[in-house]
Design a protein around this ligand. Structure first.
Ligand code: ADP
Ligand code: NI
Length: 218
């Protein structure tokens, strides 16, 4: 199979797996991550084919979205074999998508990623910050019955992986301090760091405005 046809097949696989997702991992997120992956890849000497395939597939094995992570990984490997990915390419893609999530960086370790993986991780994380990041946090928080804000609850410091998944007493505003504002300094590539500068300011301005309004100061 030609590479372009392989990527088409990968896109269709993703649509089939995530097309009905309403947790903020829907196809619109995937399309933005693919687009940003292509943009960031321009400045890096990486295998763009692997990066784009991983960008499409990165949420299809997510623990929050599938019944069994192991089974979804096996199914994905089988699918990639069927569309003529080499064993090496399959390993490259799986290595990226099993190690790139924010949750993987908690518990005091951060898995090492290939140059392709570093670009896809940046593209995914950029989609969690800025204006889109604000909306996704509110969308996620609303779906999980988080309160918007409670000044008496301090943001959690040094969250573990379990803390991150534990939404008891979580507020949407605290999520910014626990994760979203930290992303800027965790990005891998210079191009992503540049994009993040503006997005960070958008979040900081939003938080300042929110708190002023909360206190009837403006
Ligand atoms: P990742 O793709 O790195 O695993 P998640 O799947 O945990 O990230 O998060 C998906 C989206 O929901 C992101 O935009 C993230 O910031 C947001 N989100 C995750 N946890 C919370 C939370 N407790 N409150 C509000 N938004 C959240
Ligand atoms: Ni994602």
């Amino acid at each position: 199979m030609e590479p372009a046809a392989q990527l088409d097949a990968v896109e269709h696989y993703t649509i089939q797996k995530l097309g009905s997702d309403h947790t903020g991992h829907g196809l619109d997120h995937i399309r933005r991550v693919v687009k940003m992956t292509k943009r960031l890849a321009k400045d890096e000497s990486i295998d763009e084919f692997i990066a784009i395939a991983a960008a499409y597939l990165h949420d299809t094995i997510d623990e929050k979205l599938v019944m069994s992570v192991k089974e979804s990984q096996n199914e994905l490997r089988e699918f990639l074999r069927k569309i003529d990915f080499t064993q090496e390419q399959i390993n490259q893609v799986m290595d990226i998508i099993t190690k790139m999530s924010f949750a993987d960086t908690l518990d005091g370790q951060r898995p090492e990623l290939s140059p392709e993986g570093q670009v896809v991780q940046d593209a995914d994380w950029l989609d969690a910050i800025g204006g889109i990041g604000i909306v996704r946090a509110i969308y996620f928080g609303g779906q999980h019955s988080e309160r918007i804000y409670d000044p008496s609850i301090a943001p959690r410091q040094n969250m573990s992986r379990d803390d991150y998944r534990n939404l008891n007493n979580e507020t949407i505003i605290n999520h910014f301090y626990e994760k979203l504002l930290k992303i800027k300094s965790m990005l891998n590539t210079a191009a992503a760091q540049k994009v993040a500068q503006h997005r960070q300011q958008v979040m900081l301005d939003f938080l300042e405005e929110f708190k002023s309004e909360w206190n009837s100061e403006c």
